[in-house]
Structures are given as structure tokens and as C-alpha cells.
Design a protein around this ligand. Structure first.
Ligand code: SIN
Length: 483
């Protein structure tokens, strides 16, 4: 087993116990394609046992005060912070992102725990002014119950804590299915939660290579009152349908196709820095990565030249090696997909300005690329690239840019760069997106609501809105109040 993986558990975690299984699956390092560890390949029955445990743990956990829950969560935050360097190395080993980004993600992931521990104390209800003299009205907020979370591989810690932290803070218990590519970070989080005093059954981690079987149990079981999923739109739609019979509350963070608008009046350096941050973070494997870079004609050539210059400075290679800024893609299928999108664009008239091929660093490394002369009909801008490839589309007018930007079923993130404040307001309001970065390429953090519109999903994670997703409103009417 890999050295860093040895430090953390490789068994699943149900009801406060480490669970092994005769059937296992391998976790590999995408930089070397070498096996890192094996973890239990659990099935639907195990998911059912995890739900049993979460149901048993619910009454006592929800009966604690928010302050008591916060004290445990803060210990968890402290333990994660103390282990941040080894967690970052573990993350780079199983996910591939450069160590500097993994360190940032550990801090980002931990921030949700710290922040929601406090926010849980502010789950206020309301007193509603009466309209009948003998009655009084109020609302209280209560935990929704047992929650299921299905997490992606691109942020193996932050996408779990963004779900688990508000769930625990509000008094819910949770069953997490981490991605098959990155279960080790989830198990490491569980170990630290156990050390922090999170009671048995409050947090359960079901590792599996059979996402469909486990997902089905999580959706079908009526005791699970909420499902939070981050992943592809195709899978999100299946889960949405599967949750209909038990009428679960859903948070869905699905795909994006983020437009990145650069107007003639933009600060060029700022726009290039924003594009670099948004496009090449995690080798282009985030849901909020700029997917279509729309550049106004007057600045197009200068922007393209500056972007190519910046991209050529990126260092491709294993994330554990100091100085590397672009790690591998997650799988062979991911590489093939990016290759196909680039080849189709070139066949249809686009031009590779830099990159455009697999990198000699290894079979899963794709060279950071810029493709010019892309048109809105090409699949490279109609589909989510999920790789380090910037596709540049030229436009002339503001109205045209908005039309192209909104011409997609998705609406997660959007970006715009302009020095004109009126334009910034106007365009930000018109973009179909749940989040808009104005002269800013990175905007996610624990205090703000992350989420999309249209087929990008339902609900919000993070911020005050993120807590509401785990709470039910109960209205109480006091009758027979004497005058
Ligand atoms: C994602 O890719 O889904 C998450 C990105 C972020 O939190 O910034």
C-alpha cells in the first residue's frame, strides 16, 4: 500500500465501526496509474445497514443543542487542520491535483465545518403577527432527518464537508457515498470525525464501485428524507426520478457550461488572470470552470496572445512534485473525451493556439491548451470539457454575448470582465446562472450560496442558504389565547 494511504483507514465506516469486505476495489494514483490501496466494495445491503445506523443515531444527535453539536464539529475542524498536510498528500495521491491546490482544498473543506458549526446556532424560526385576536403563530426549524450524500471525485474533501457540515450542524445524521475514484479522503475525514467525538451512526461512509446499486437504496428508502448529490446532470436526473416515490428533498449540484465574457473595456491582465484561475484549476475539472471564453472582437487578439503566454508557463506533471501546476485527468475516458472535443473543433475550423494533445508526462496528462476560432455550434462549447482546454469564441455586441452565453440548458457559473459598472450590473442580471463572477475568476467559499439554475441543479450549498436545505419549517398555531 502507498505510504500516505497507510496513515489513514481503508475500511468503510458504518455505525462508528470500520467495516471490511471480501470484495474490494482498487484506488489508483492518476499520475502514475499505480494502485494506492484497496477499499471495501459494499453493496445495497450495506447501504441499508448504514441507513439503519443513521436512523438509530438521529434522536440523540438531533436532541443535542446546536452548541453541543458545534463543540464536536469544532474539534473535528481542529483535527483536520492539524492533519492538513497529510490529507493534502492523500488527496493528491488519489485525485491528482497539484499539492498546492490540495492544501487549499483541505482548508476550503474544513472551513465548511467551522462555519456551519456556528451557523447551526442561528436556525431561527419566526413569530408571525396574528390576524385573529385569540391566536398566535410561530415557526420553528427542525432537522429534516436522515440524509444521504453522493459526492464527486474532483473535490474529495470539500464536496463532502459542504454536505456533511450543514447536515450535522442542523441535527441530521448522514450516509455518504464517496466517489469510487477518491474514497480515501472520505475515510480519513471519518477517522478524524470519530476522534473528535462524532457519535456512532451520525456519519457513515459507504465505499462502493457499484454507485447505481447503492444510490438506488439511498433513494428508495423512505427513512432518508433528503439526498444531496454533486455530479453529472445525467446521473442527477436518474436520482431525481428515483427520489420521487419517497418525495425526498433534493440538492443537486450538476454540470455547468460556464460562459466567461471578456468585453473590449476589460482590464486585460485581470481577465487573463481570471481565465487562468477559472479554467485551469484542478486541470479544468471543476463544475465552475470557464467552458466557453467569449471575447469581444476589439480585445480578442490581445487576450488570446496573453492567455497563450500565461498557459505556456504552466508546469505539467505529478501533483506531488513541487512546482507542477497541472496534474493528470482522472481517467483514460476523461482524456479520450478531451481529445475528441479538440479534434472535432479543429476538424470544424478551430485552431490550436497552444497544447492540443496528451502530454509526455503520462497517459492521463493533457497539455494545457488554448483553442481559437471556436464557434458556438461546436461540441467543445456545447459540452462540458472537464479538461485544461480554453475554447475562445469571438463576439461583437453585448446582446450577442448574452445570447450565446444563455444558449445552453445549464446555468451554474458565469463570469464577466468589464470596467464599465453599468454593463457589469446589466450583464450579471441577464446571465442565466446561479453564480456570477464580475472581474473575478474564483468565487467559491463557505459563506456564500453555491448552486445553479436550469439543468445545473436544485438548491444551494454553503452560506445561510446551505443550512436551510437540511431544515424543515414547522408552523405552530397557539389557539384559545384569552383577551
Ligand atoms: C465543483 O466543481 O463542483 C466545486 C467547485 C467549487 O466549489 O469551487
Amino acid at each position: 500500500m502507498n505510504m500516505i494511504a497507510k496513515k489513514f483507514p481503508t475500511a468503510a465506516f458504518i455505525d462508528g465501526q470500520w467495516v471490511t469486505s471480501a470484495k474490494t476495489f482498487a484506488v489508483t494514483d492518476p499520475a502514475t496509474c499505480a494502485e494506492v490501496a484497496t477499499v471495501p466494495d459494499l453493496g445495497g445491503e450495506d447501504a441499508g445497514r448504514a441507513i439503519d445506523a443513521a436512523s438509530r443515531a438521529l434522536p440523540a444527535w438531533s436532541a443535542k443543542t446546536a452548541k453541543e453539536r458545534a463543540a464536536i464539529m469544532k474539534r473535528w475542524f481542529d483535527l483536520i487542520t492539524a492533519e492538513s498536510e497529510s490529507l493534502a498528500q492523500l488527496m493528491t495521491t488519489e485525485q491528482g491535483k497539484p499539492l498546492v491546490e490540495a492544501r487549499a482544498e483541505v482548508a476550503y473543506g474544513a472551513s465548511f465545518i467551522e462555519w456551519f458549526a456556528e451557523e447551526g446556532k442561528r436556525a431561527y424560526g419566526r413569530i408571525i403577527p396574528t390576524n385573529v385576536a385569540s391566536k398566535r403563530y410561530l415557526t420553528i426549524k427542525q432537522p429534516i432527518g436522515v440524509v444521504a450524500a453522493i459526492a464527486p471525485w474532483n473535490f474529495p474533501i470539500a464536496m463532502i464537508t459542504r454536505k456533511v457540515a450543514p447536515a450535522l450542524a442542523s441535527g441530521c445524521t448522514i450516509v455518504v457515498k464517496p466517489a469510487a475514484e477518491t474514497p480515501l479522503c472520505a475515510l480519513a475525514l471519518a477517522k478524524l470525525a470519530l476522534d473528535a467525538g462524532v457519535p456512532p451512526g451520525v456519519l457513515n461512509i459507504v465505499t462502493t464501485s457499484d454507485a447505481a446499486a447503492v444510490g438506488k437504496v439511498l433513494c428508495d428508502d423512505g427513512r432518508v428524507r433528503k439526498l444531496s448529490f454533486t455530479g453529472s446532470a445525467a446521473v442527477g436526473k436518474i436520482l431525481y426520478r428515483q427520489c420521487a416515490d419517497t418525495v425526498k428533498k433534493l440538492t443537486l449540484e450538476l454540470g455547468g457550461n460556464a460562459p466567461f465574457l471578456v468585453f473590449d473595456d476589460a482590464n486585460l491582465d485581470l481577465a487573463v488572470a481570471g481565465a487562468m484561475a477559472s479554467k485551469y484549476r484542478n486541470a479544468g475539472q471543476t463544475c465552475v470552470c470557464a467552458n466557453r471564453i467569449l471575447v469581444q472582437s476589439g480585445i480578442y487578439d490581445r487576450f488570446a496572445a496573453s492567455l497563450v503566454e500565461a498557459v505556456n508557463k504552466l508546469a505539467v506533471g505529478p501533483g506531488l512534485e513541487a512546482g507542477n501546476t497541472i496534474g493528470p485527468l482522472i481517467t483514460k475516458e476523461a482524456i479520450e473525451r478531451v481529445e475528441t472535443l479538440v479534434a472535432e473543433a479543429v476538424k470544424n475550423g478551430a485552431k490550436v493556439l497552444t497544447g492540443g494533445a496528451v502530454d509526455p508526462a503520462g497517459p492521463l496528462f493533457f497539455r494545457p491548451s488554448v483553442i481559437g476560432g471556436v464557434t458556438p455550434d461546436m461540441s467543445i462549447v456545447r459540452e462540458e470539457i472537464f479538461g485544461p482546454v480554453a475554447a475562445l469564441v469571438r463576439f461583437d455586441t453585448e446582446a450577442e454575448a448574452i445570447e450565446i452565453a444563455n444558449d445552453t440548458p445549464f446555468g451554474l457559473a458565469a463570469y464577466l470582465f468589464s470596467r464599465d459598472l453599468s454593463r457589469a450590473w446589466r450583464v450579471a442580471e441577464k446571465l442565466d446562472a446561479g453564480m456570477v463572477g464580475v472581474n473575478e475568476g474564483i468565487f467559491s467559499n463557505e459563506v456564500v450560496p453555491f448552486g445553479g439554475v436550469k439543468e445545473s441543479g436544485l438548491g444551494r450549498e454553503g452560506g445561510a442558504e446551505g443550512l436551510e436545505e437540511y431544515l424543515e419549517v414547522k408552523y405552530i398555531c397557539l389557539g384559545a389565547i384569552d383577551e
